[in-house]
Design a binder for this molecule. Structure first.
Ligand code: PMP
Length: 364
Protein backbone atom coordinates (compact mmCIF):
# COMPACT_ATOMS: atom_id res chain seq x y z
CA UNK A 1 0.00 0.00 0.00
CA UNK A 2 1.30 3.43 -0.91
CA UNK A 3 2.06 5.68 2.03
CA UNK A 4 0.61 8.61 0.10
CA UNK A 5 -3.17 8.54 0.10
CA UNK A 6 -3.78 12.03 -1.17
CA UNK A 7 -2.53 12.56 -4.75
CA UNK A 8 -0.72 15.74 -5.76
CA UNK A 9 -3.26 18.31 -6.88
CA UNK A 10 -3.45 18.85 -10.63
CA UNK A 11 -2.80 22.54 -10.18
CA UNK A 12 0.74 21.68 -9.08
CA UNK A 13 1.43 20.58 -12.65
CA UNK A 14 0.33 23.88 -14.17
CA UNK A 15 2.85 26.69 -14.61
CA UNK A 16 2.20 29.69 -12.40
CA UNK A 17 0.51 32.49 -14.27
CA UNK A 18 0.47 36.05 -12.98
CA UNK A 19 -1.27 38.38 -15.44
CA UNK A 20 -0.11 41.97 -15.78
CA UNK A 21 -2.67 44.43 -14.40
CA UNK A 22 -2.58 48.14 -13.90
CA UNK A 23 -3.00 48.28 -10.15
CA UNK A 24 -4.96 51.46 -9.55
CA UNK A 25 -6.53 50.44 -6.26
CA UNK A 26 -5.18 51.69 -2.93
CA UNK A 27 -2.41 49.07 -2.95
CA UNK A 28 -0.68 46.90 -3.80
CA UNK A 29 0.84 49.04 -6.55
CA UNK A 30 2.75 47.85 -9.58
CA UNK A 31 6.35 47.19 -8.67
CA UNK A 32 9.15 48.39 -10.98
CA UNK A 33 11.09 45.46 -12.53
CA UNK A 34 14.29 46.65 -10.88
CA UNK A 35 12.72 46.34 -7.43
CA UNK A 36 11.24 42.92 -8.20
CA UNK A 37 14.66 41.81 -9.41
CA UNK A 38 16.23 42.90 -6.11
CA UNK A 39 14.08 40.30 -4.34
CA UNK A 40 15.34 37.59 -6.68
CA UNK A 41 19.04 38.24 -6.18
CA UNK A 42 19.34 35.29 -3.85
CA UNK A 43 18.81 34.31 -0.25
CA UNK A 44 21.32 34.83 2.51
CA UNK A 45 20.92 33.95 6.16
CA UNK A 46 19.00 36.41 8.26
CA UNK A 47 21.88 36.49 10.75
CA UNK A 48 24.67 36.93 8.22
CA UNK A 49 26.69 40.14 8.54
CA UNK A 50 25.70 41.18 5.00
CA UNK A 51 22.03 40.93 5.96
CA UNK A 52 22.62 43.09 9.03
CA UNK A 53 24.28 45.65 6.76
CA UNK A 54 21.26 45.63 4.45
CA UNK A 55 18.96 46.04 7.47
CA UNK A 56 21.09 48.94 8.72
CA UNK A 57 20.75 50.58 5.30
CA UNK A 58 16.99 50.02 5.27
CA UNK A 59 16.78 51.69 8.67
CA UNK A 60 18.57 54.76 7.30
CA UNK A 61 16.25 54.81 4.30
CA UNK A 62 13.19 54.70 6.57
CA UNK A 63 14.61 57.44 8.81
CA UNK A 64 14.93 59.60 5.70
CA UNK A 65 11.46 58.73 4.39
CA UNK A 66 9.92 59.42 7.83
CA UNK A 67 12.16 62.46 8.45
CA UNK A 68 13.19 61.15 11.84
CA UNK A 69 16.33 60.50 13.80
CA UNK A 70 14.64 57.83 15.92
CA UNK A 71 16.92 54.94 16.70
CA UNK A 72 13.90 52.65 17.19
CA UNK A 73 13.16 52.37 13.48
CA UNK A 74 12.62 49.02 11.77
CA UNK A 75 10.78 47.26 8.96
CA UNK A 76 8.46 44.58 10.29
CA UNK A 77 7.51 41.29 8.66
CA UNK A 78 3.96 41.65 7.42
CA UNK A 79 1.78 44.16 5.66
CA UNK A 80 0.52 47.49 7.04
CA UNK A 81 -1.81 45.63 9.41
CA UNK A 82 1.23 44.13 11.12
CA UNK A 83 2.58 47.60 11.87
CA UNK A 84 -0.85 48.69 13.16
CA UNK A 85 -0.93 45.79 15.60
CA UNK A 86 2.72 46.25 16.57
CA UNK A 87 2.12 49.92 17.42
CA UNK A 88 -0.93 49.23 19.58
CA UNK A 89 0.25 45.98 21.19
CA UNK A 90 3.51 47.51 22.36
CA UNK A 91 2.37 50.88 23.65
CA UNK A 92 -0.93 49.97 25.30
CA UNK A 93 -1.67 47.64 28.20
CA UNK A 94 -5.06 46.06 28.93
CA UNK A 95 -7.44 48.47 30.64
CA UNK A 96 -5.63 51.61 29.44
CA UNK A 97 -7.54 54.32 27.64
CA UNK A 98 -7.09 54.71 23.86
CA UNK A 99 -8.64 57.41 21.67
CA UNK A 100 -9.20 56.70 17.98
CA UNK A 101 -10.27 59.15 15.25
CA UNK A 102 -12.62 57.26 12.93
CA UNK A 103 -13.39 58.85 9.56
CA UNK A 104 -13.02 55.77 7.38
CA UNK A 105 -12.12 52.14 7.77
CA UNK A 106 -8.62 52.47 9.24
CA UNK A 107 -9.71 54.14 12.45
CA UNK A 108 -12.40 51.47 12.80
CA UNK A 109 -9.76 48.80 12.38
CA UNK A 110 -7.39 50.24 14.98
CA UNK A 111 -10.28 50.63 17.42
CA UNK A 112 -11.02 46.93 16.96
CA UNK A 113 -7.36 45.94 17.40
CA UNK A 114 -7.16 47.95 20.63
CA UNK A 115 -10.47 46.52 21.86
CA UNK A 116 -9.31 42.95 21.20
CA UNK A 117 -6.27 43.43 23.39
CA UNK A 118 -8.42 44.74 26.21
CA UNK A 119 -7.90 48.48 25.95
CA UNK A 120 -10.59 50.91 27.01
CA UNK A 121 -11.37 52.36 23.57
CA UNK A 122 -13.00 55.72 22.90
CA UNK A 123 -13.81 56.80 19.36
CA UNK A 124 -14.38 60.19 17.75
CA UNK A 125 -16.46 59.61 14.65
CA UNK A 126 -16.96 61.60 11.44
CA UNK A 127 -18.45 60.57 8.10
CA UNK A 128 -15.85 59.13 5.67
CA UNK A 129 -13.44 61.89 4.68
CA UNK A 130 -14.38 64.13 7.62
CA UNK A 131 -11.66 66.25 9.23
CA UNK A 132 -11.17 66.55 12.99
CA UNK A 133 -10.25 70.02 14.21
CA UNK A 134 -7.45 70.39 16.73
CA UNK A 135 -10.02 71.83 19.17
CA UNK A 136 -12.17 68.68 18.87
CA UNK A 137 -9.13 66.51 19.39
CA UNK A 138 -7.97 68.45 22.43
CA UNK A 139 -11.43 68.23 24.00
CA UNK A 140 -11.46 64.45 23.56
CA UNK A 141 -7.91 64.13 24.91
CA UNK A 142 -8.89 66.07 28.02
CA UNK A 143 -12.04 63.98 28.49
CA UNK A 144 -10.67 60.47 27.93
CA UNK A 145 -7.05 60.94 29.06
CA UNK A 146 -5.82 58.27 26.63
CA UNK A 147 -2.33 56.80 26.67
CA UNK A 148 -2.54 56.70 22.86
CA UNK A 149 -4.32 58.76 20.20
CA UNK A 150 -4.64 57.33 16.68
CA UNK A 151 -5.11 59.27 13.46
CA UNK A 152 -4.88 58.17 9.82
CA UNK A 153 -2.79 60.57 7.75
CA UNK A 154 -3.81 59.15 4.36
CA UNK A 155 -7.37 57.81 4.77
CA UNK A 156 -7.37 55.70 1.61
CA UNK A 157 -10.99 54.58 1.97
CA UNK A 158 -12.06 58.22 1.57
CA UNK A 159 -9.11 59.76 -0.33
CA UNK A 160 -8.34 62.21 2.48
CA UNK A 161 -4.96 63.61 3.55
CA UNK A 162 -5.72 64.61 7.13
CA UNK A 163 -3.81 67.63 8.50
CA UNK A 164 -1.38 66.65 11.25
CA UNK A 165 0.15 69.97 12.38
CA UNK A 166 -0.28 70.84 16.04
CA UNK A 167 -1.78 67.50 17.10
CA UNK A 168 1.54 66.13 18.37
CA UNK A 169 1.88 69.17 20.64
CA UNK A 170 -1.62 68.63 22.03
CA UNK A 171 -0.81 65.00 22.70
CA UNK A 172 2.34 66.02 24.62
CA UNK A 173 0.33 68.49 26.66
CA UNK A 174 -2.09 65.71 27.64
CA UNK A 175 0.59 63.06 28.19
CA UNK A 176 -0.67 60.95 25.28
CA UNK A 177 1.30 59.17 22.58
CA UNK A 178 0.46 60.27 19.05
CA UNK A 179 0.18 57.33 16.60
CA UNK A 180 -0.15 58.06 12.88
CA UNK A 181 -0.95 55.69 10.01
CA UNK A 182 0.86 56.75 6.84
CA UNK A 183 0.37 53.47 4.94
CA UNK A 184 -1.30 55.11 1.95
CA UNK A 185 0.46 58.46 2.10
CA UNK A 186 4.16 58.00 2.82
CA UNK A 187 6.24 59.19 -0.10
CA UNK A 188 3.24 60.87 -1.74
CA UNK A 189 2.14 63.42 0.84
CA UNK A 190 4.53 65.27 3.18
CA UNK A 191 4.91 64.03 6.73
CA UNK A 192 7.67 65.00 9.18
CA UNK A 193 7.79 62.63 12.11
CA UNK A 194 10.21 64.59 14.30
CA UNK A 195 9.03 68.11 13.46
CA UNK A 196 5.37 67.16 13.86
CA UNK A 197 5.98 65.43 17.19
CA UNK A 198 4.59 62.12 16.00
CA UNK A 199 5.50 59.47 18.56
CA UNK A 200 4.82 56.38 16.45
CA UNK A 201 4.59 56.34 12.65
CA UNK A 202 4.15 53.40 10.31
CA UNK A 203 3.63 52.67 6.65
CA UNK A 204 3.47 49.72 4.26
CA UNK A 205 5.82 48.70 1.48
CA UNK A 206 3.30 48.21 -1.28
CA UNK A 207 1.68 51.64 -1.68
CA UNK A 208 3.57 54.75 -2.79
CA UNK A 209 6.83 52.94 -1.98
CA UNK A 210 6.12 50.56 -4.90
CA UNK A 211 7.65 47.48 -3.27
CA UNK A 212 5.98 44.08 -2.88
CA UNK A 213 3.64 43.65 0.11
CA UNK A 214 5.17 42.02 3.17
CA UNK A 215 7.33 44.56 4.97
CA UNK A 216 6.09 47.46 7.07
CA UNK A 217 8.36 50.31 8.19
CA UNK A 218 7.63 51.60 11.70
CA UNK A 219 9.38 54.05 14.02
CA UNK A 220 9.02 54.87 17.73
CA UNK A 221 10.48 57.96 19.37
CA UNK A 222 11.96 58.23 22.85
CA UNK A 223 8.58 58.95 24.52
CA UNK A 224 7.07 55.87 22.90
CA UNK A 225 10.09 53.77 23.93
CA UNK A 226 9.75 54.96 27.53
CA UNK A 227 6.16 53.76 27.57
CA UNK A 228 6.66 50.47 25.75
CA UNK A 229 9.78 49.35 27.58
CA UNK A 230 8.39 50.13 31.05
CA UNK A 231 5.30 47.96 30.90
CA UNK A 232 3.87 45.86 33.69
CA UNK A 233 2.59 43.19 31.27
CA UNK A 234 4.14 41.61 28.19
CA UNK A 235 2.66 42.57 24.81
CA UNK A 236 0.06 40.03 23.66
CA UNK A 237 2.09 39.11 20.58
CA UNK A 238 5.50 37.45 20.65
CA UNK A 239 6.17 38.09 16.97
CA UNK A 240 5.45 41.81 17.27
CA UNK A 241 7.14 42.38 20.64
CA UNK A 242 9.44 45.37 20.15
CA UNK A 243 11.76 44.04 22.86
CA UNK A 244 12.71 41.31 20.37
CA UNK A 245 12.38 43.33 17.18
CA UNK A 246 14.63 46.09 18.49
CA UNK A 247 17.31 43.45 19.08
CA UNK A 248 16.87 41.98 15.59
CA UNK A 249 17.40 45.42 14.11
CA UNK A 250 20.43 46.20 16.28
CA UNK A 251 18.61 48.99 18.10
CA UNK A 252 19.09 47.81 21.68
CA UNK A 253 22.88 48.19 21.79
CA UNK A 254 23.39 44.45 22.44
CA UNK A 255 26.20 42.77 20.48
CA UNK A 256 24.14 39.60 19.86
CA UNK A 257 21.53 40.08 17.20
CA UNK A 258 18.99 37.32 16.80
CA UNK A 259 17.04 37.83 13.66
CA UNK A 260 14.37 36.46 11.37
CA UNK A 261 12.44 38.06 8.61
CA UNK A 262 11.29 38.09 5.04
CA UNK A 263 14.72 38.24 3.35
CA UNK A 264 13.41 38.72 -0.20
CA UNK A 265 10.95 41.39 0.91
CA UNK A 266 13.73 43.21 2.74
CA UNK A 267 15.97 43.04 -0.33
CA UNK A 268 13.19 44.73 -2.32
CA UNK A 269 12.89 47.36 0.36
CA UNK A 270 16.64 47.76 0.61
CA UNK A 271 18.50 51.00 0.99
CA UNK A 272 19.31 51.13 -2.74
CA UNK A 273 15.61 50.77 -3.40
CA UNK A 274 14.50 53.43 -0.95
CA UNK A 275 16.95 55.76 -2.60
CA UNK A 276 15.64 54.72 -5.99
CA UNK A 277 12.09 55.52 -4.94
CA UNK A 278 13.10 59.06 -4.13
CA UNK A 279 15.67 59.54 -6.89
CA UNK A 280 15.62 63.30 -6.56
CA UNK A 281 14.62 63.28 -2.93
CA UNK A 282 11.40 63.24 -0.97
CA UNK A 283 10.35 66.72 -2.05
CA UNK A 284 10.48 65.72 -5.69
CA UNK A 285 8.43 62.62 -4.91
CA UNK A 286 5.75 64.74 -3.18
CA UNK A 287 5.77 67.25 -6.05
CA UNK A 288 5.52 64.51 -8.66
CA UNK A 289 2.52 62.88 -6.93
CA UNK A 290 0.79 66.22 -6.54
CA UNK A 291 1.33 67.12 -10.19
CA UNK A 292 0.14 63.79 -11.57
CA UNK A 293 -2.83 63.74 -9.19
CA UNK A 294 -3.78 67.29 -10.25
CA UNK A 295 -3.76 66.19 -13.87
CA UNK A 296 -5.94 63.18 -13.05
CA UNK A 297 -8.39 65.25 -10.96
CA UNK A 298 -8.82 67.74 -13.78
CA UNK A 299 -9.35 64.98 -16.35
CA UNK A 300 -11.99 63.30 -14.18
CA UNK A 301 -13.80 66.58 -13.50
CA UNK A 302 -13.69 67.50 -17.21
CA UNK A 303 -15.49 64.20 -17.85
CA UNK A 304 -18.25 65.37 -15.51
CA UNK A 305 -17.28 63.15 -12.59
CA UNK A 306 -17.33 64.47 -9.02
CA UNK A 307 -14.42 63.89 -6.70
CA UNK A 308 -15.36 62.72 -3.24
CA UNK A 309 -13.08 65.11 -1.36
CA UNK A 310 -14.09 68.54 -2.50
CA UNK A 311 -11.31 70.58 -0.91
CA UNK A 312 -8.27 70.09 -3.16
CA UNK A 313 -5.88 70.77 -0.30
CA UNK A 314 -7.29 67.81 1.62
CA UNK A 315 -7.10 65.30 -1.22
CA UNK A 316 -4.67 62.46 -0.93
CA UNK A 317 -2.37 62.61 -3.97
CA UNK A 318 -1.77 58.84 -3.97
CA UNK A 319 -5.41 57.73 -3.82
CA UNK A 320 -8.13 59.58 -5.68
CA UNK A 321 -11.74 58.91 -4.78
CA UNK A 322 -14.58 59.47 -7.23
CA UNK A 323 -18.17 59.85 -5.99
CA UNK A 324 -20.27 57.13 -7.62
CA UNK A 325 -22.44 58.85 -10.26
CA UNK A 326 -26.18 58.62 -9.54
CA UNK A 327 -27.88 55.61 -11.11
CA UNK A 328 -24.71 53.60 -11.73
CA UNK A 329 -23.78 50.31 -10.14
CA UNK A 330 -20.21 50.69 -8.86
CA UNK A 331 -19.47 46.97 -8.89
CA UNK A 332 -20.47 46.67 -12.54
CA UNK A 333 -18.37 49.70 -13.45
CA UNK A 334 -15.29 48.29 -11.73
CA UNK A 335 -15.79 44.90 -13.39
CA UNK A 336 -16.12 46.62 -16.78
CA UNK A 337 -12.91 48.59 -16.25
CA UNK A 338 -11.02 45.46 -15.21
CA UNK A 339 -12.36 43.42 -18.15
CA UNK A 340 -11.91 46.01 -20.89
CA UNK A 341 -8.96 48.06 -19.66
CA UNK A 342 -7.07 45.60 -17.47
CA UNK A 343 -7.16 48.13 -14.66
CA UNK A 344 -7.88 47.45 -11.03
CA UNK A 345 -9.92 50.11 -9.29
CA UNK A 346 -11.76 49.36 -6.08
CA UNK A 347 -14.93 50.40 -4.30
CA UNK A 348 -14.82 52.17 -0.95
CA UNK A 349 -14.09 50.21 2.19
CA UNK A 350 -15.97 49.97 5.46
CA UNK A 351 -18.06 53.11 5.97
CA UNK A 352 -17.31 54.40 2.44
CA UNK A 353 -18.40 51.21 0.63
CA UNK A 354 -20.66 52.14 -2.27
CA UNK A 355 -19.92 55.84 -1.86
CA UNK A 356 -16.64 56.05 -3.71
CA UNK A 357 -14.55 54.30 -6.23
CA UNK A 358 -10.86 54.42 -5.47
CA UNK A 359 -8.03 54.83 -7.86
CA UNK A 360 -4.48 54.67 -6.61
CA UNK A 361 -1.46 55.86 -8.52
CA UNK A 362 1.24 54.27 -10.52
CA UNK A 363 4.69 55.65 -9.91
CA UNK A 364 7.79 54.43 -11.69
N1 PMP B 1 -3.83 51.83 6.60
C1 PMP B 1 -4.18 52.41 5.44
C2 PMP B 1 -4.42 53.89 5.41
C3 PMP B 1 -4.32 51.64 4.28
O1 PMP B 1 -4.65 52.24 3.13
C4 PMP B 1 -4.09 50.24 4.35
C5 PMP B 1 -4.25 49.36 3.14
N2 PMP B 1 -4.95 49.86 2.10
C6 PMP B 1 -3.71 49.70 5.59
C7 PMP B 1 -3.60 50.52 6.70
C8 PMP B 1 -3.46 48.23 5.76
O2 PMP B 1 -2.30 47.88 5.06
P1 PMP B 1 -2.07 46.43 4.45
O3 PMP B 1 -3.10 46.20 3.42
O4 PMP B 1 -0.69 46.55 3.88
O5 PMP B 1 -2.14 45.46 5.56
Amino acid sequence: MSSVTIPPPECMLRPLEVPFRYLFGPGPSNVPPRVLAAGGRGIIGHMHPEMYEIMNDIKKGIQYAFQTQNNMTIAMSGSGHAAMECAVFNTVEPGESVLVAVNGIWGERVAEIAERMGANVHIMVKAPGGVFSNEEIEKALAKHKPVLFFLTHGESSAGLAHPVDGIGDLCRKHNTLFLVDAVASLGASPIFMDQQNIDILYTGSQKALNAPPGTAPISFNERACQKMFNRKTKPVSYLFDMAHLSNYWGNDGQPARLSFGPISGLLCLSHQYLVFVFPQGLEESWRHHREVAGYLWKGLEDMGLKLFIQNKDLRLPSVTTIAIPEGYNWREMLQYIMKHHNMEMTGGLGPSTGMVSVRGMLKF
